[in-house]
Design a protein around this ligand. Structure first.
Ligand code: UDP
Length: 369
């Protein structure tokens, strides 16, 4: 799900450093920002954020700043009027094809007979065909991808479609990671706790590029915005580095529930949006009404997603070389690395950088944070 370059900086503080956070928006927490809306429901301003990780160090880190409750995210897709589990599992195949598969062995046989094998899928189309075959590709992946990226799967790296597994059992969880959880009280609260230290100053409503000439005397600058903007788009005269943004259409429904699940995907091209999120499902929140948000992916607006394909990677490599030539500026998070990081990978990216830069012994750091 939507994740971004929310970067943990607290470790640095523990060893006596001072941090100034310069934030363009009027709130902290980046795209993880959430709040209680007019219906009394905790909603995310920039799309649902589902935390999942296999990284012990990341899990330990986030547990220092919030209590987390287990939340195994599930998604269903509306296909020709039916609600089907995604990732594809036994139930998905039985419903779409009217079959009665009831064992892992039978499902494996079905997949073997229906998938189109590619040894090394070279793009998103081959990746999806390799896993589920042509019919499911058409019904669940092709048009959704076009709506999401304004590109068909063959125009994207295999890694984009490989984010979604295929299951030969009844497992209907969206993710397979060991730790799947949400922070009690929301992500803004988590980031508030991370930032709550006398050595951290946060300045909101301030675009770094408006004040960069005044930002002087720092040891290190950690930049989390789009990498091409940092270099004034100098390698983008012919071809721009592409990003995707999302328009959110929010509405209140005067009913207890609108849909049976937190997220319903619409993989067909009969509607323009990709999915509908009903926030009250997360954490089983109670309220008389419900808030639902339709997501329309778009080219304009704040960049949320880098667009992973070979052409963009080539442009990014030029910016990356410029970034590596700088000695006191570090590029952290999804936009600055031009990588489709999940939340845990964004945390790991920052924690790894911290460890690479910090010379204080690990034992003293652990004691201090
Ligand atoms: N995808 C799809 N159909 C779906 C769900 C996902 O085709 O019902 C494809 C689509 O290309 C999407 C990618 O898989 O961009 C990754 O999906 P994910 O849910 O990880 O996207 P995110 O939550 O980051 O927007």
């Amino acid at each position: 799900m939507t994740t971004d370059g929310c970067v943990p900086i607290r470790s640095s503080i523990a060893i006596g450093k001072k941090v100034l956070v310069i934030e363009k928006r009027d709130h902290i927490a980046g795209n993880c920002y959430d709040y209680i809306d007019e219906n009394g429901i905790l909603v995310s301003k920039y799309g649902a954020h589902l935390f999942h990780t296999n990284e012990e160090q990341v899990w330990d880190y986030v547990n220092r700043y919030a209590n987390w409750y287990n939340w195994e995210h599930k998604v269903v897709a509306k296909v020709e009027g039916d609600l089907l589990p995604i990732p594809v599992n036994i139930t998905t195949v039985n419903k779409i094809f009217g079959l009665n598969i009831n064992s892992e062995e039978e499902m494996k046989t079905w997949l073997d007979e229906n998938r189109e094998p590619y040894l090394n899928p070279s793009n998103g189309k081959e990746a999806a065909l390799n896993k589920v075959g042509a019919v499911l590709y058409e019904k669940m992946f092709r048009h959704y991808t076009k709506k999401q990226w304004d590109k068909y799967p063959e125009e994207l790296d295999a890694s984009v479609l490989d984010r979604i597994p295929v299951r030969s059992n009844y497992d209907d969880r969206y993710f397979s990671d060991t730790y799947q959880a949400l922070p009690e009280g929301g992500y803004t609260k988590l980031f508030d706790a991370i930032l709550d230290h006398p050595n951290i100053k946060v300045v909101l409503n301030t675009d770094y590029f408006d004040i960069k000439d005044q930002v002087k005397g720092y040891d290190k600058l950690f930049y989390t915005g789009p990498i091409d903007r940092f270099f004034e788009f100098k390698h983008s005269l012919d071809d721009k580095l592409e990003y995707r943004s999302i328009n959110f259409a929010s509405e209140t429904i005067d009913a207890e529930f609108f849909q049976e699940n937190s997220v319903v995907n619409y993989p067909g091209n009969e509607v323009g949006f990709t999915r509908i999120i009903e926030y009250k499902h997360f954490g089983n929140q109670a309220s008389e009404k419900t808030t639902v948000v339709k997501e329309f992916t778009t080219d304009v607006g704040d960049p949320y997603y880098p667009v992973p394909n070979a052409k963009n990677q080539t442009i990014y490599e030029k910016y990356k070389a410029d970034a590596e030539a700088l000695t006191d500026v570090y590029f952290v998070g999804r936009l600055a690395n031009y990588k489709y990081f999940n939340m845990d990978q964004a945390f790991k990216n920052a924690l790894d950088l911290f460890k690479a830069l910090e010379t204080t012994p690990e034992s003293l750091i652990q004691e201090a944070i």
